[in-house]
Design a protein around this ligand. Structure first.
Ligand code: G6Q
Length: 553
């Protein structure tokens, strides 16, 4: 593309009246104490809790008052959020730097509900691929799909990286309870050969199906792992024809899939209007569908869709993704909080924070606005986290008593999928207690009243006033998972819209890839060949050459 796209007609962030009002407001409310806010308003919990789409979203333990919320909502309006949402759903090319529509919402559209990209309704294609996935998934699950030697498939290995991996891994772990237990599911992403070797350890190629997931089908890691998988399988099966029964592909690039040796009949398509990190509910989720079955997959899509509709239609002050996004802006941009901790109190969600790291940080880790100007405010916060209660015995110390402000998202389910003794009550008591402890802390006088020696009082005091959201759902189901993911997707969208950045490109991953491609042949060259990097990089390459020369002697 040689000409830049039309400039976006939005007032720069710091010139919006609501922004200016928020700056003044922040100076007045930054020292508000949650203890006091709750003490003076017995209704506070109700005022700052929204129940929608089956989620209970309690944001009362945030350092805000009603005016803060109103100003943040005004900021969203003045940032063109309403128009931007409409533009996304309309299929406008809101991924400005790549000139693409952003239509992951179409992946979960119902039959007959149209979504357009370049004037074409994409929903019939989406459903055609979903049907093809369902037929294939059923064949594999039932054993009707046989491997080259006639044995049924017991092991599925999904090969991909980034957006073509993190979603499927997370979803498999999250929905393991619903998965077909006589099959194994593995995910290989890292170009480190260990990933492949460990995933295939002890497996028989006769019973193994590889799904090569790559939007471009050119990604170094995936192609390398894909080729290794091919050799591994053919080494055991000794017949090129076996590829047809043991390899399928998910991609937008038919030519490259065929070049790799996979029949286009065994390819599941998706489209360039689906961003990698927004693709887990496209054919990239084929492993998820094989694991949990087409009906559960459909239920997950229905969950996504319910949240999409809520985001599209609910007034902003009751709109869960909008509220979540506005709170992220409030802390990140005004309080200068650098991170958000995501703390799911459910072991099945152990990969959820890792998944969200890509979704949030690849989307909003940007330093220029849509028109290429350097931002003069903080953008994307760092997202991180671990499942509860494990984190309590490790990094929570810093959240409670450290010098940094870390807003937390607690996620919990009222019913467990695995009722064992009193485990679930203990789990829930802990999540509720953590949010309470963070918000209200423990004053020096309270510590003293317990008989603590004076010298220990400062160490045992909890300042409190540490903000958190508590998100509750009834049960972890495929549908709930879809809702939770879409909640974060649209929260990211809300933040990106306010900061006026492109949440859908990822130019920041390019430089490292290009430099690695330059270094790959240099590592293999003879020890004395001239290197033209900086002195540090040159020394690292020489160190490798020397060591690999010694080890090959
Ligand atoms: C996500 C990114 C990135 C991408 C991977 C894999 O939004 O675009 O993480 O998903 O680089 O790319 P391929 O699917 O093309 O192999």
């Amino acid at each position: 593309m040689t000409t830049p796209p039309k400039p976006i007609d939005i007032v720069p962030l710091k010139n919006r009246p609501a922004w200016k009002a928020l700056e003044e407001h922040y100076a007045r409310v930054r020292d508000l104490q949650l203890r006091q806010l709750f003490a003076t308003d017995p209704q506070r919990s109700g005022t700052f809790t929204v129940e929608a789409v089956g989620l209970y979203f309690d944001y009362s333990k945030h350092r805000i008052n009603a005016e803060t919320r109103n100003l943040l909502v005004e900021l969203a309006e003045q940032s063109g959020l309403r128009q931007h949402i409409d533009a996304m759903f309309r299929g406008d090319k809101i991924n400005v730097t790549e000139q693409r529509s952003v239509l992951h919402v179409a992946l979960r559209a119902q039959k007959g509900e149209p979504f357009f990209s370049d004037g074409v309704d994409v929903v019939p294609e989406v459903h055609a691929v979903l049907d093809k996935m369902a037929a294939f998934a059923e064949q594999v699950r039932s054993g009707a799909w046989k491997g080259h030697t006639g044995k049924r498939i017991k092991n599925v290995i999904s090969i991909g990286i980034g957006g073509s991996d993190l979603g499927p891994v997370m979803a498999y772990e999250a929905l393991k309870h619903y998965s077909q237990r006589d099959m194994t599911f593995q995910f290989v992403s890292n170009v480190d050969g260990t990933d492949f070797v460990e995933a295939t350890h002890g497996l028989s190629a006769e019973e193994t199906l590889f799904i090569i997931c790559s939007k471009t089908f050119t990604t170094l890691e995936t192609m390398t792992n894909g080729r290794t998988a091919r050799s591994w399988a053919l080494n055991q099966l000794k017949d090129e024809k076996a590829v047809a029964k043991h390899f399928v592909a998910v991609s937008t690039n038919t030519a490259k899939v065929v070049e790799f040796g996979i029949d286009s009949a065994n390819m599941f398509e998706f489209w360039d209007w689906v961003g990698g990190r927004y693709s887990m509910d496209s054919a990239i989720g084929l492993s998820t569908m094989i694991a949990i079955g087409p009906d559960h997959f459909q239920a997950m899509l229905a969950g996504f869709h319910a949240m999409d509709e809520h985001f599209r239609t609910a007034p902003f002050h009751q709109n869960l993704p909008v509220l979540m996004g506005l709170l992220a802006v409030w802390y990140n941009t005004f309080f200068d909080a650098q991170t958000v901790a995501v703390l799911p109190y459910d072991q099945y969600l152990k990969r959820f924070p890792a998944y969200l790291q890509q979704l949030t940080m690849e989307s909003n880790g940007k330093q220029v606005t849509l028109d290429g100007k350097r931002v003069s405010y903080q953008t994307g916060p760092i997202y991180w986290g671990e499942p509860g209660t494990n984190g309590q015995h490790s990094f929570y110390q810093l959240i409670h008593q450290g010098t940094k402000l870390i807003p937390c998202d607690f996620i919990a389910f009222l019913q467990t999928l695995n009722p064992v003794g009193t485990h679930h009550e203990l789990l829930l008591a802990n999540v509720f207690a953590q949010a309470e402890a963070l918000a209200f802390g423990k004053t020096p006088d309270e510590v003293r009243s317990e008989g603590t020696a004076e010298w220990l009082v400062p160490h045992r005091t909890f300042e409190g006033n540490r903000p958190s959201t508590v998100i509750l759902a009834e049960r972890l189901t495929p549908e709930t998972l879809g809702k939770l993911i879409a909640l974060y997707e649209h929260s990211v969208f809300t933040q990106g819209t306010i900061w006026q950045i492109d949440s859908f490109d990822q130019w920041g991953v390019e430089l490292g890839k290009a430099l690695a491609n330059r270094i790959i042949p240099e590592l293999a060259e003879t020890a004395d060949k001239e290197l033209t990097h900086d002195s540090s990089t040159n020394a690292l390459i020489r160190k490798y050459r020397k060591l690999s020369a010694n080890s090959s002697k």
